[in-house]
Write a protein that binds this ligand. Structure first.
Ligand SMILES: NC(=O)c1ccc[n+]([C@@H]2O[C@H](COP(=O)([O-])OP(=O)(O)OC[C@H]3O[C@@H](n4cnc5c(N)ncnc54)[C@H](O)[C@@H]3O)[C@@H](O)[C@H]2O)c1
Length: 271
């Protein structure tokens, strides 16, 4: 593993809502935090034209100490392993890890190359506490329920027909089965699965609800159960513009997560 540079160079993959926000904050405040923008990569290069000097468009992955994916789950599935070969990697779309082969490959790369796979907690409240319970072997059950306005969903497969008709439970069951059906909407559930690997994508339960009365926020409810009747429940109201997939608080949460990516060696780290 190469020696960390004094200034951490950050590559951003994806230049949509989150990517543009993170690039702006890196350019404005990065130096104060010992961070510098190394490159921006987007599938649609036209989106970068005029917005980004050519020098900041990707040439070589080795330019970065940290690569941040904020594009699409397929990027971690196709390139996550090679990202980890040269840098720490923050996977902004952790629903990608519901694919067993991807999770196995990325965990293997972490051990092989000694770089850190960072999973941003997103809207997951108490992630570190869940992680601690999981490590102690006391986390017996974990359920994450997410409720949003039907317009906030980007659904796939059999869920496409489910939204838009009154308050409805769209899915209830293991998070593994839900991630491919709502890849942009359940990253918080995927983060919970990574925080609690003893339960993982098959053991953590996800419940997705469409509620037309929920115009201005997203609801995230978490229930953790432990021995002897121990239980914790949290309920987070995330303000969100009508139809927005990403809640407003998620942008600042992502920036805080990025600031926590200081290089923790070969492990998976919830940030
Ligand atoms: N972890 C969380 O809590 C959390 C919260 C919100 C969003 N997300 C995820 O972060 C990602 C970005 O969210 P967003 O709101 O900025 O989305 P967005 O649609 O605004 O932007 C995505 C950008 O990535 C680009 N892109 C898509 N596929 C690509 C590819 N294969 N290679 C390179 N670029 C590609 C698109 O052209 C677009 O510019 C999504 O996958 C979303 O699900 C995660």
């Amino acid at each position: 593993m190469s020696e960390p540079r004094a200034t951490r160079r950050v590559g951003i993959v994806g230049y949509g809502h989150l990517g543009q926000y993170l690039v702006r904050r890196l350019q404005d405040e990065g130096p104060r935090h010992g961070l510098e923008l190394a490159f921006v990569w987007n599938r649609d290069l036209g989106k970068l034209a005029g917005m980004m000097p050519a020098s900041l468009q990707l040439e070589d992955l080795d330019q970065a100490d940290l690569i941040v994916e904020v594009s699409h789950p397929c990027v971690a599935q196709d390139h996550g392993e090679s990202f980890l070969g040269s840098a720490d990697f923050m996977v902004g779309s952790p629903t990608a890890l519901a694919d067993e082969a991807t999770e196995r490959r990325l965990r293997g790369a972490v051990e092989r190359y000694g770089h850190t796979l960072y999973v941003p907690s997103g809207a997951l409240w108490g992630g570190q506490d869940l992680q601690r319970m999981d490590q102690l072997g006391t986390l017996q059950a974990l359920t994450v329920t997410m409720t949003k306005h039907p317009d906030s969903f980007r659904l796939e497969g059999r869920l496409v027909r489910g939204a838009g008709q009154g308050r409805r439970v769209l899915y209830e069951g293991p998070v593994r089965g839900l991630c491919p059906l709502a890849p942009n909407n359940v990253n918080t559930m995927a983060a919970a699965c990574m925080a609690a690997p003893s339960l993982g994508f098959d053991g953590v339960k996800g419940c997705l609800i469409a509620d037309p009365d929920l115009a201005d926020w997203h609801l995230v409810e978490i229930e953790a159960l432990g021995p002897g009747g121990f239980s914790v429940t949290s309920r987070r109201k995330n303000p969100a513009a009508q139809g927005a997939v990403t809640g407003a608080a998620t942008f600042t949460a992502f920036w805080s997560s990025l600031l926590a990516c200081r290089g923790h060696g070969g492990c998976v780290f919830l940030c």
